[in-house]
Write a protein that binds this ligand. Structure first.
Ligand code: NDP
Length: 407
């Protein structure tokens, strides 16, 4: 497993809880001390699975190759950042390792994500007889698998798909992001995008929003965003006429985000800054990326768990032609309590809802259920064994047939 952040912490706890499938693993990240601290915390809780740790810069293919050739992992779970997807895939190919991630590749100098960069590896993985599983978190991940489940069991034709993501939790901070702040702010400040009648429709950032009612939570203002799973779902389910993604934001969050943008702190280009030297001997001109500096002063998402109340609710609202030839609606979702996630893993619900599916994806691979040569999005595998595990591993899901979708 590469990375030792919030999502990786949850995945590590879940791996050791499933000792009938996983026998040993390694946690490798930019800072080995962070991996060691995580292993110590896991072992203190009484889990005895052997876990090795290592330092690696996952931007460097040669370092990754040296690590993989030494440890010889069957599967590499990439829980670092989207910037590292391609270097890790390259190293996997060079060393004969299979691959799984939770977010699609994004270049550092351009706030833009799409699958084309990773889909370009299809032939090479296929020819090498290796499996790459893309986007196995919650969204992308479980939302794509929910859609596959709806298509397999309930619909002849999915026509309208709305993925709805609500975080109704309160961490009692004025402003904080729930996962890596740099990745999160880049995602939200992008233009919106959705699929309608065979083409992409672009909106201004956060231009379209409406109240949607979430189970056990109630109405929350929900904003249309571009989200990566839509890109593969409209290809894999060509009957979809319209596909959109919605995420809730509170006014307090949006107010801070607006200020951050207006004062230039969300910039991802380098700016020159005259910085004092650590030894006090003078100053030096340094280059900083404002958004990376902002990440250094914002609360660490890993530290939000302790006082986090409330729950997340993420699911798919689907309309289409059912197996009986009539029009039906279907809502499939999971609610996750931040407190329960914290009590089990020390992390909040957003890390939990990502780390659990990453572990289940790895489990599907190790059991041989999701294993075929090539590069695949998760909806291209059988959803049934995955969703059976989701119920068992702390993220139970629910269905509402023929309810009001509000959309
Ligand atoms: P964090 O920032 O908490 O963790 C990232 C980890 O990767 C850190 O341990 C970091 O090291 C390490 N890392 C960063 N760069 C490198 C590098 N060059 N070499 C080695 N290690 C590196 O992020 P999260 O845990 O919140 O998120 C992890 C991933 O999950 C992200 O890709 C994110 O986009 C994705 N995600 C997916 C979701 C989904 O539903 N699909 C939802 C939420 C997140 P260090 O500790 O030293 O900084």
């Amino acid at each position: 497993m590469i990375g030792a952040g919030g999502v990786a912490t949850v995945a590590a706890y879940k791996i050791v809880q499933n000792a009938d499938v996983f026998t040993e693993f390694m946690i490798a990240s930019r800072r080995k001390a962070k991996c060691d601290a995580l292993v110590e915390a896991i072992h203190k809780k009484g889990y005895t699975m052997p876990i090795q740790t290592a330092q690696v810069d996952a931007d460097d293919v040669e370092q990754l190759k040296a690590l993989f050739n030494d440890y010889k992992p069957e599967l590499v779970i990439n829980l670092a950042l989207p910037y590292q997807d391609l270097t890790i895939m390259e190293a996997c190919l060079a060393c004969g390792c299979n691959y799984l991630d939770t977010a699609n590749y994004e270049p550092k100098d351009e706030a833009h994500f799409e699958y084309s960069w990773q889909w370009a590896y299809r032939d090479r993985f296929r020819e090498a007889g290796l499996t790459a599983i893309l986007g196995c978190g919650f969204d992308p991940g479980v939302t794509s698998i929910f859609t596959a489940y709806a298509a397999k069991h309930h619909f002849k034709e999915i026509q309208y798909l709305d993925i709805v993501d609500c975080n109704a939790g309160d961490h009692h901070k004025a402003f904080a992001t729930n996962f890596n702040p740099e990745i999160n702010i880049r995602e939200i400040t992008q233009k919106g995008l959705y699929w309608e009648n065979g083409q992409w429709v672009e909106t201004e950032p956060l231009e379209i929003h409406k109240d949607l009612t979430y189970p056990e939570i109630g109405p929350r203002d929900s904003y249309l965003l571009h989200h990566e799973e839509i890109e593969s779902l409209v290809i894999n389910y060509p009957t979809i006429r319209r596909a959109r993604f919605w995420m809730t934001f509170g006014q307090q969050y949006l107010k801070h985000l607006e200020v951050i943008q207006n004062i230039g702190m969300s910039r991802i280009d380098e700016v020159e800054y005259e910085a004092p030297l650590a030894d006090g001997s003078g100053t030096a001109k340094v280059k900083i990326v404002p958004l990376q500096f902002l990440k250094a002063v914002l609360p660490n998402p890993q530290d939000l768990g302790e006082n986090y109340e409330g729950q997340t609710s993420i699911g798919c609202r689907i309309r289409g032609i059912g197996n009986d030839g009539k029009e039906h609606t279907y809502y499939i979702y999971n609610n996750c309590s931040h407190r329960a996630a914290y009590e089990e893993t020390g992390m909040q619900g957003v890390s939990y809802t990502t780390g659990v599916p990453a572990m289940i994806g790895a489990m599907m691979f190790c059991k041989g259920l999701w294993r075929k040569p090539g590069v695949f999005n998760v909806e291209e595998f059988d959803p049934d064994p995955f969703l059976e595990q989701l119920n068992k591993q702390g993220l139970p899901w629910h269905e509402i047939h023929d309810g009001d979708l509000e959309l």
